[in-house]
Design a protein around this ligand. Structure first.
Ligand SMILES: Cc1cc2nc3c(=O)[nH]c(=O)nc-3n(C[C@H](O)[C@H](O)[C@H](O)COP(=O)(O)OP(=O)(O)OC[C@H]3O[C@@H](n4cnc5c(N)ncnc54)[C@H](O)[C@@H]3O)c2cc1C
Length: 381
């Protein structure tokens, strides 16, 4: 692996730096969740207009046609400049690539352009109250009906459902077969009659995710994504897209957190300095792990695979270790929430607790690693 950037890559880095110097929003984000979300959508629009949204999407689908290394360069620059994440991450990182892979030409033409511009936000309706880690136990039913399906059931932890136009939803279309079969992936119009979205407040104070209730919701047949009853395979691919691009952005962000912590460590006691050294070493190791992963993706040209479970596990644990150090250092100020800086640390400390849950828990990543990558015998179901 050659870590030196080529002339063209250096030029790309300088180009995005110049653009960020001019366009990165300087004003603090608004306080309310709705205002904040719309602020992030405006930022996505800005990225889109600048040609930076969906940089690695093929040009045929409105993207920049960049390779994984170019995408990583830009992601790192955005992170180190402190740029916020775009609002439509589920659309850009996850559902867009899945639609490119399994969608019909009509679906690609209909959905992809509005994802990049942020005009239409997507959410992912996979988890249910009794089907999280054991996702295949899902019970939301889709019954054939007059040119489509009638869907009833409940989803939970659906991020950004309250702002979404479309939901990629897993439903059981054949209850008579083993649980991993008979599942289909449907594109649900969140404006359809019969949908009730109830936001849930997280411990950060944000209503990022929601319960979604579906009561006899009509979904036309053309909104079936991929083959009928083959949704499990697509869901697996979806989760790999969710875990893969995440690491490139997250490691850049964690480096900025590490840089902010570093000067504060001068005052820390010996045991905390040792804890910090371990966390900072992990941040650096994650960086080089990301470079290796990017170089593998560049060489293979293929979609991400089960190895994204390593990325997700490592990044989630590193994030928590880093914020544990921040909490030890700043616990008093964080708890007092006395000013905007303390509240910002508190928010990110609390959010870091979810890093080993979303996209599949740490335990589930370990199961994937042991069974699919190391070839260990499967555990009992
Ligand atoms: C911030 C956030 C955003 C999210 N956004 C979305 C979203 O947009 N869409 C969506 O569909 N879901 C979303 N989720 C849900 C997430 O995918 C689930 O929370 C996760 O898969 C775990 O499922 P669960 O909560 O039902 O926990 P459970 O599956 O009940 O797990 C509880 C505990 O048991 C452990 N466990 C369970 N089974 C096993 C096993 N076989 N072996 C070892 N340990 C096991 C788990 O690791 C965990 O520690 C989000 C979650 C969070 C925190």
């Amino acid at each position: 692996m050659d870590l030196a950037l080529s002339e063209a890559e250096l030029e790309l880095r300088d180009q995005v730096r110049r653009w960020l110097g001019e366009r990165l929003p300087r004003s603090p984000h608004p306080e309310g969740p709705e205002e904040r979300f719309h602020d992030l959508l405006a930022w996505q629009r800005e990225l889109f207009d600048g040609g930076w949204a969906g940089l690695s999407w093929p040009r045929a689908f409105g993207g920049g046609g960049a390779d994984p290394v170019q995408q990583l360069i830009v992601s790192e620059e955005l992170a180190s400049a402190g740029a916020p994440e775009p609002a439509n991450v589920v659309g850009i990182d996850v559902m867009g690539p899945v639609i490119m892979q399994v969608g019909t030409p009509e679906q690609q033409a209909r959905y992809l352009p509005a994802i990049l511009s942020g005009e239409e936000v997507w959410c992912q309706g996979f988890s249910e109250p009794d089907a999280g880690s054991d996702l295949a136990a899902l019970r939301t039913r889709a019954v054939p009906f007059d040119g489509g399906f009638r869907v009833s059931g409940q989803k939970v932890w659906t991020s950004w459902a309250q702002f979404s136009r479309w939901c990629a939803l897993l439903a059981r279309t054949d209850p008579e077969v083993p649980k991993h079969q008979g599942i289909s992936l449907l594109i649900i119009d969140m404006k359809s009659p019969g949908i009730d979205v109830r936001p849930l407040i997280q411990m950060t104070g944000d209503p990022e995710f929601s319960e979604v209730f579906l009561d006899n919701v009509f979904v036309p047949r053309e909104n079936l994504l991929g083959d009928l009853d083959r949704g499990w395979q697509i869901a697996t691919t979806t989760l790999m897209y969710e875990r893969g691009p995440y690491i490139a952005r997250r490691q850049g962000y964690l480096r900025t957190v590490a840089e902010r912590l570093m000067p504060m460590l001068r005052e820390a006691n010996e045991s905390l300095r040792q804890e910090a050294a371990r966390a900072l070493t992990d941040v650096e190791a994650l960086r080089f792990h990301t470079y290796r992963r990017t170089s593998e993706l560049q060489a293979s040209g293929g979609p991400p695979g089960a190895e994204t479970s390593i990325d997700k596990l490592f990044a989630g644990q590193t994030e928590q270790r880093l914020f544990d150090v921040a909490f030890e250092l700043l616990g008093h100020e964080i708890a007092s929430g006395s000013d905007a800086v303390a509240r910002d640390w508190a928010y990110h400390f609390l959010y870091s607790r979810s890093a080993t849950i979303y996209g599949g828990t740490a335990e589930i990543q370990r199961t994937v690693i042991s069974e699919r990558l190391l070839g260990l015998p499967r555990g009992s179901p």
